[in-house]
Write a protein that binds this ligand. Sequence first.
Ligand code: PMP
Length: 287
Amino acid sequence: TQVYLNGRFINQQDAMVSVMDRGFMFADGAYEVIPAFYRVPFRIDQHLARLDFSLSSIRIENPLTHEQWRGVFDQLLAENAGEHQSIYLQVTRGVAADRNHLWPKGLVPTVLVMTSPLKMRLDESLSDIQGITAMTTEDLRWKRCDIKAIALLPNVLHRQRAEEAGADEAILINEQGQVTEGSSSNVFIVKGNEIATPPKTMPILGGITRDLVIELLQAGTQYKLSERMLLQSELRNADEVWITSSTKEICPVTMLDSQPVGNGNVGPVWHDIAARYQQYKLQLAAD
Ligand code: PMP
C-alpha cells in the first residue's frame, strides 16, 4: 500500500514521523476523511473547503493547493487496491525541537495521506439494509467540535463504551439534554412529516453527508426539514433515527438504548432518502 508523506509516495511500512511531531505530542493537527466511489473522490470541493476551515481555525497554513491535494488523491486511488476507497489525510503543525505547548516559528507542517478499501454500504438492494443499534451517552468534548481536529480521545472513549454495551454508535447528549451528534456521525430524526437534525450553531462537525442529505431533501420532497435543537426525549420518541457520515453514508438506527426506534424496522422515509442519495452517487459516477 502506497501512502503520501511530506511530498513523497512511499510504502506504508516505510512511512515514519518523528516522535517530536506535534501531532504525536499534542494531537496538534486536523484531518479529513473523503470517500472515493469508483476511484473518484466524492464531494471533494466540500471536503477541501472544510479542511481549509479546520486548518485556518487552528492557525496552520494549508501546505498544499487544492490542485495538489487532488493530484495526490488521484495517484493513491489509482495505485492502491479497492474500487471504492476511503481517503484519510492529516496535517499536523510539524516537528518541533522540544516539547513545548508554545509552537516555534517556521515549522513545516507534516502531511500524510493514505487510503483504505471502502465497502460502499448503499450499493445493494436497499431492502436488504439492516438497522444498527445506538446508545446515548454524555457528550464529554470541547466547544470547538466544528473543527475536524485529530484530537479524538473523547470520541474514542464514547465509541468504545458503546461497543462494550453492544451498540454500534454512541449518540452524544449535552448538559442541556440535547442531541449534538454521534461519536463519528451526524444525527437525524423523523417524526410524522418532519425531518430534524441539530443546527450547525451547536458545537458539532458540519458533516459533508449531513449537508448532502439536507440538499437532497430540499430538492422537492414532501417533508418539513428543520435544523433545530433535538431533545433526548424526542430522539427516543422518533419514528426513525438515522446517522450519517462519509463512510457510513445514511444509516438507519433501529434500536436505541435497548428500545426499538418506532416499530423497530428500517423506516419508509429512510428508504426514500437513501434512494435519492444512491441515485445522486451513481449519477456522479456515470458523469
Ligand atoms: N461528526 C463527527 C464527530 C465525525 O467524526 C464525523 C465523521 N467524520 C461526522 C460527524 C460526519 O461527517 P462527514 O459526513 O463529513 O463524514
